[in-house]
Design a protein around this ligand. Structure first.
Ligand code: HEM
Length: 399
């Protein structure tokens, strides 16, 4: 099964179900050397150890992205300026500013408007009876939530999802010319749009304890971001919360279609929704891959690794590792403990995880209670990407 496994040319059936391949890799070759010289990790302990070890493993992607995008490209400027692909000091500066507006209190304050939004979508679904869970429900939620976080005017929100899909699509291990071109255009349009929004917000600042954009513009003490750092990190935050959260909602509801006993359990015990969200995050993680590069001669799981080696951290495989999770291929909404790696680990651990969990809880919890009998209404269409795992389309009947 894993003979010549290569992320850049995955075997047939991989997108439908990558987990048998991940299991085979973990058993036979858990620190696998890929054809391009990088290492692919599939054991939980190895993935967690690399996430934690910021001395030996860097998030800086300049070396890898220069040949991928071209040093003068917009995609290169965007991805190498965003906090997720940087080490300290840029990472620490941006993260500190961002987290000041993503506090537990600020996120809890979003709950009432999120419930109103979800209930509006559910009323619409009830009236139509046949909906696409992705287009009509899952993707409509994050665009509003992230739009609110940066206070993007409602009338301007329509292009956000397309820009985000194109920019993150350009992170696929194997990039087509079409994906590259779409990513370049999206960064250009997104930056131009944000320039106007930032200029306007400078004139009319919002509340920095809730408005991430005002907070990033104003900085803290002597700390200010340059214009490029500001624009590119706004793009990143708008992107980071889109496809990942859409896919948490889509993958979670799909899992409930496949596991009727777990759906019945959630209906009988609605308070299980919190642990259910953790299990959806583990079971079919919307972000399947992380990346680091070694900075010194080191080792991973006993395998020597030379400096400058790119390392792929397979979150999807780690989250199905039987050494960490009993019966890892079983969906168990009450799983405890559940120390999944869906949000990564260490200094770069997802800055939006409290928000993502809230969105998942309100969206999935309310959908299931409102439509306990929802069922498939045609074949789902998978996204066909190795990094971001989700559906393009998931038709259902609500009654
Ligand atoms: C289910 C939804 C989500 C998943 C699975 C997810 C996953 C991740 C992962 C795995 C990382 C770590 C990347 C690394 O270390 O290389 C990350 C970082 C990040 N995420 Fe999320 N994320 C989600 C939702 C969100 C949301 C809603 C936001 C926006 C508020 C967000 C903002 C960020 C930011 C800003 C970072 C960079 C943190 C840093 O580098 O310090 N994410 N996310």
């Amino acid at each position: 099964m894993i003979g010549d496994f290569d992320l850049a040319a995955v075997p047939p059936g991989f997108h439908a179900d990558p987990y048998p391949t991940y299991h085979a890799l973990r058993e036979a070759d858990p620190v696998r050397r890929m054809p391009d010289g990088s290492r692919f990790l599939s054991r939980y302990d190895d993935v967690a150890a690399v996430y934690r070890d910021t001395r030996a493993f860097s998030s800086d992607k300049r070396t890898e992205f220069r040949p991928k995008y071209g040093a003068g490209s917009r995609l290169y400027e965007h991805h190498t300026t965003s906090l997720v692909f940087n080490d300290p000091p840029l990472h620490t500066r941006v993260r500190r500013l961002m987290m000041g507006a993503l506090t537990v209190r600020a996120i809890a304050a979003m709950e009432p408007s999120l419930i109103r939004l979800v209930d509006r979508l559910l009323d619409d679904a009830a009236a139509r009876q046949e909906i696409d869970l992705i287009a009509d429900f899952a993707s409509a939620i994050p665009v509003e939530v992230i739009g609110n976080l940066l206070d993007v005017p409602h009338a301007d929100r329509a292009p956000l999802r397309g820009w985000s899909l194109a920019i993150l699509g350009a992170l696929e291990p194997k990039l087509t010319d079409t994906q590259r071109a779409a990513g370049e255009i999206a960064v250009g349009e997104f930056t131009a749009y944000l320039r106007g929004l930032v200029a306007d917000r400078r004139k009319h600042p919002g509340d920095p304890s809730q408005d991430v954009l005002t907070r990033l513009i104003q900085g803290e003490g002597d700390e200010r971001l340059s214009e490029t750092e500001l624009l590119q990190n706004c793009i990143f935050i708008l992107n980071a919360g889109h496809e990942t959260t859409t896919n948490l909602i889509g993958n979670g509801l799909h899992a409930l279609l496949e596991w009727p006993d777990q759906r019945a359990r959630l209906l009988a015990e609605p308070e299980l929704i919190r642990s259910a969200i953790e299990e959806f995050l583990r079971f079919d993680s919307s972000n399947q891959l992380g990346n680091r590069i070694s900075t010194i001669a080191t080792e991973i799981g006993g395998v020597p690794v030379a400096p400058g080696t790119p390392v792929t951290l397979c979150i999807g495989a780690a989250n199905r590792d039987p050494a960490q999770f009993a019966e890892p291929d079983r969906l168990d909404l009450a799983r405890e403990p559940n120390r999944h790696l869906a949000f990564g680990l260490g200094v770069h651990q997802c800055a939006g995880m409290t928000l993502a969990r809230l969105e998942g809880r309100i969206a999935i919890g309310r959908f299931v209670q409102r439509f306990p009998e929802f069922r498939a209404n045609g074949a789902p269409v998978r996204g066909g990407r190795v990094r971001f795992r989700g559906f393009l389309s998931l038709p259902v009947r609500t009654a």
